[in-house]
Every structure is written in C-alpha cells, then in structure tokens.
Design a protein around this ligand. Structure first.
Ligand SMILES: [Zn+2]
Length: 301
C-alpha cells in the first residue's frame, strides 16, 4: 500500500507542483461527499461506495499498451530526478525504449546488470571474443579480447578521437575470465585488505570485464580524469555506446570508487537513454533488469 501512496503523492506533486499537495495524501480516495439521490434513479439500497467509472488513460505511445498509470508504476522506484525527466516526455521516453528492443531481444547480455549483487555464472564466457590487435586496434599490451559486437563502435570512437581532437585512446584491460578476476581480487585482498579490495576490485563473477563489454583505457590511474583522454571520453564516449560505469562520488550507488578509465558498452541507444533520463548507467541497467520483461509483454510488435 505504501507504493500506492507514494504513487499518488508523486502524481499530485507532478500534476500540481503545489507545495501544499502532500497534505492531501492522507486521503487517497476521492472525497465521499454524500450526493443527493436523483429522482430518476432506480431504487437501490443506498451505498456509500458507488464507484465512479475510472477515467481510462490512453496509451502513451502507439507501440506499447502502457498508459500514464502503468508508466508511473514502472518508474516508481527510480530517484525523483529520473522520474521527472521521464514524466516530462513520456512518449519520447517510450520511443527511446523502443530503440533498444531489437538489440535487447537479439542479445540481452548487452544490457545485463552486473554488479556486486548481480553476478555472472562462473562459466560465462562470451562466444564472440576477438583479439584487438588482430582487429587493427592499438593496445597497451598483447592479448586483449573484447566481444566482436562492439568492435565497430570502438574503432570508430578511436578514429574520431584521433581525427577530431588528436587524442589517442588505448585499451589497457578488456575481457577477464572468472579465473583471472579471482586471481586479481585475491591479490587485492592480500595486498590492501578485504575492505579496500572491495572498493576497487570486483569479486569473481561480479566484474563487468567478464562480459567482454568493458574496457579500461590507458592509463588506469586516478589522474586520468584530468588527461585529454579522460576528458575526451567523458564528453564523447556516449556517442559510440560507451558509458562510464563508476562515476565520481557515486560509490554508494555503484559500489566502486571513481574509475575515470572504465567504460562499458551499452549500445548507442542505451547511452541515449542514460543521458536523457537515467543520469547513471547503474539506474538504467537496474531499471531494465527489473522491468524489461514486463515492458516487452506490453510491446505490440
Ligand atoms: Zn575496469
């Protein structure tokens, strides 16, 4: 019931923007002022709970059977700021969601939530790993692998950075197997202790690197954010479908310290959603993880 109260409260806030709106929230049912019985009315026992027919909200977008109330339910757990962005342009939001549907249906791993609470199976290995130098990509050490599906966008990003701004983007760490991550994490624990290890290194199974969709760019260093490469990525990576996974001052949200070198591919349609509505990759991927199944059921194509 708390959800309904929250929803109503939000609806009131959004539709009226009146400061005094919350004071009405303790009476969620429409006021039941007794109405004078009209003479034509067939005689029935007077009932205080005569239901007025609900006003049906029309679908917000022709491709989805999702109306305003449905949408409010879908987004109710998101931060207020994100909810407002979505409610400001709900049909555009659904149009943007529609853009990721063919990608999601074909390859849901592209949007898979992988974090401290959502691990990959220990035997998960992407089937289309490809070695980067064989793809003509300059790397900082030998034998770096990524999923083939992201190579075209990665190459375009590297080329454009060079061409447009003379910035050289060099992948320094890419795919890591479960076993490799296990070794790295154990080394961090042995070296810095459990607590610090968990702030900067993923436990095996919970690393985005195991997906073959994450890249650490050179240099893996906190000063990266001030370097031309770090600045260029922060401004432009989204154009190619790459998203900063662990932003500054978001450790409570992501579970990790700021990593200006670590980007994950979520497709250009995904980074559009992140940029326009969700603010952070984490909010977007959590939302898709929870609600994409339901959204697909309400998608008519
Ligand atoms: Zn990384």
């Amino acid at each position: 019931m708390k959800n309904i109260a929250t929803l109503l409260l939000l609806t009131l806030t959004l539709t009226t923007c009146a400061k005094e709106a919350p004071s009405r929230s303790n009476n969620p049912v429409s006021p039941s002022v007794p109405q004078a019985e009209s003479p034509q009315k067939p005689k029935q026992p007077a009932s205080p709970t005569i239901e007025k027919p609900q006003v049906e909200h029309p679908p917000l977008h022709p491709a989805f059977s999702i109306n305003r109330e449905d949408l409010m339910m879908l987004i109710r757990e998101l931060p207020q700021e994100v909810q407002h962005k979505i409610i400001d342009s709900p049909s555009a939001f659904l149009a943007d969601i529609e853009h990721i549907i063919p990608l999601y249906r074909k390859d849901p791993m592209l949007f898979k939530l992988i974090d401290k609470k959502h691990a990959l199976p220990s035997d998960y290995v992407p089937q289309d790993l490809t070695e980067l130098s064989a793809q003509g990509i300059k790397i900082s050490k030998q034998e770096l692998y990524l999923r083939k599906i992201i190579i075209d966008d990665l190459k375009k990003m590297i080329e454009d950075a060079k061409k447009e701004d003379n910035v050289e983007l060099i992948p320094a760490s890419c795919y890591r197997s479960y076993a490799t991550q296990k070794r790295i994490y154990q080394w961090e624990v042995d070296t810095y202790g459990q607590e610090q290890a968990d702030r900067e290194s993923a436990r095996p199974g919970t690393s985005q690197h195991q997906s073959g969709l994450a890249i650490d760019f050179y240099p893996i260093d906190s000063k990266m954010a001030q370097l031309p490469t770090g600045k260029w990525l922060a401004e432009n990576a989204y154009r190619y479908g790459f998203s900063l996974s662990y932003p500054e001052e978001q450790e409570a949200l992501t579970g990790y310290m700021y990593e200006p070198w670590h980007y994950r591919y979520i497709t250009p349609a995904g980074t559009q959603l992140e940029k326009k509505y969700f603010i952070y990759q984490q909010y977007l991927l959590e939302f898709l993880d929870k609600h994409m199944g339901e959204i697909l059921k309400k998608y008519k194509k």
